[in-house]
Design a protein around this ligand. Structure first.
Ligand code: NDP
Length: 393
């Protein structure tokens, strides 16, 4: 019988997922953590008093994944490794008839472009096997999709405009570090911006559009328009939508360092020959930067991630702000990880919990706004990510 869960990836987010799943052991029953570096699994196993099993796996290999899944026999796999592994893990789940969940959209290592096309292509295959794939169950994507679905269900007849606002006001004390995997983070931030208006995608230069937003419990911050993956599914699923944009805050020091690194070629993802060795500059930079998993102890401040939606209800114009504030030190005390990993790991656990309990049970591949937001919103409040709602007009 298939029971329990298999978590793949023992990084910053994996740490939170393990801690939160152990807190919900009555639901998950049996937890196995597998990752590339076995010592990281051993460390986490010790931290949770041996309440999990561990294994080593190369998640780039479908065959190795299938062997592991057949051995563990989980109800579902939580992909908490990198976006590069989405397709191999989805394929392994298909071959072994096991449900799937991830937190980030597939991206090919050689091209900094993410899109759902290849993951959505699994829709029919998953349907035929009667298994479910839940895509993007982190915070953004993830909770931001749930927030949009909740606003659509309870507050609007039609939503016209959505702004997703992501602020990290945490201070780790380093001149430059990223709060999640540096390679994925820097590829995302240095890419061209894009937003959707009147049925079309409009491209901007990287971080070309800026606005100041006053984030509750944090204050006013420069927020830059970026492309972000949840917009691709939200434009398909939110009724009457005319415009959707995504903004993220960056401090002066982060932007100056990133620009300088970009100007000297350190963000390049092609191979460069150095003294006869082949080096990918961004991989070298990743090796030099602080490991995001170690930032927890030194990060202070808060994150605020939310959605501002504008539209109509019963003929009246409405503008509503729905957001969560998360404190870095509070997250660290509970799980040993800072708030960026915490706000991603908690929703991953919640998505899995709702699937294990059969509350989310649908054959095929889904983004979160396609499912009932109410049980997810209830869990967010109970599992450490309480949300607040404000009517702006
Ligand atoms: P880390 O780099 O800290 O952790 C990734 C983990 O995956 C590491 O333990 C790594 O192993 C493991 N891994 C990488 N490649 C393989 C492989 N081929 N086989 C097995 N294990 C592998 O990243 P984070 O924890 O910061 O991020 C995890 C995921 O969460 C990423 O996909 C990221 O994009 C996503 N994310 C989503 C957010 C959201 O809100 N939706 C926000 C932030 C992150 P090793 O230790 O050997 O390197």
């Amino acid at each position: 019988m298939k029971e329990g869960i298999l978590i793949i990836g023992a990084g910053g987010v994996g740490r939170v997922v393990v801690h939160k799943c152990v807190q919900n052991l009555d639901v998950f029953k049996k937890i196995t953590l597998a990752s590339r570096t076995f010592s990281k699994c051993e460390k986490l196993q010790k931290e949770v008093n041996n309440k999990i099993d561990i294994a080593k796996v190369d998640a780039d290999s479908i065959d190795k994944l299938v062997t592991l899944i057949e051995k563990v026999k989980p109800f579902m796999v939580l992909n908490i490794a990198l976006p590069y592994q989405d397709l191999t893990i989805m394929e392994a789940c298909l071959r072994t008839n096991v449900h799937y969940l991830d937190t980030a959209n597939y991206e090919h290592p050689d091209s900094a472009k993410f899109e759902y096309k290849l993951q959505w292509a699994y829709q029919e295959k998953y349907k035929q096997k009667g298994i479910m794939g839940l895509l993007g169950s982190g915070f953004d994507p993830g909770v931001t999709n749930v927030f949009c679905a909740y606003l659509q269900k309870h507050y609007f007849d039609e939503i016209w405009n959505i702004d997703i606002l992501d602020c990290n006001a945490g201070d780790h004390g380093y001149p430059f570090a990223t709060n999640f995997n540096p390679e994925i983070n820097l590829r995302e931030v240095s890419a061209k911006g894009r937003y959707w208006e009147n049925g079309k995608w409009i491209e901007t230069g990287p971080l070309e559009i800026k606005q100041v937003w006053d984030y509750p419990e944090i204050g006013p911050k420069d927020s830059y328009l970026m492309y972000h993956e949840e917009m691709e599914s939200l434009v398909k699923h939110i009724k009457g939508l005319k415009r959707i944009r995504f903004f993220m805050t960056f401090g002066e020091s982060y932007l100056t360092h990133m620009k300088c690194l970009e100007n000297v070629g350190m963000l390049r993802i092609d191979e460069v020959k150095v003294d006869g060795c082949k080096v990918i500059p961004l991989h070298l930079l990743k090796a030099l930067l602080p490991d995001p998993a170690t930032l927890g102890a030194r990060t202070v401040g808060k994150t605020n991630i939310g959605v501002v939606a504008e539209g109509v209800k019963d003929g009246k114009h409405k503008k509503i702000y729905l957001y969560n504030v998360c404190d870095h030190q509070k997250a660290f005390k509970e799980t040993g990880a800072q708030a960026v990993s915490y706000t991603t790991g908690v929703p991953a656990m919640i998505g899995a919990k709702l699937m294990v309990k059969g509350i989310y049970k649908k054959a095929g591949v889904y983004n979160l706004e396609e499912l009932d937001p109410d049980p997810f919103m209830k869990e967010l409040s109970e599992q450490g990510l309480p949300w607040q709602i404000k009517e702006l007009s």
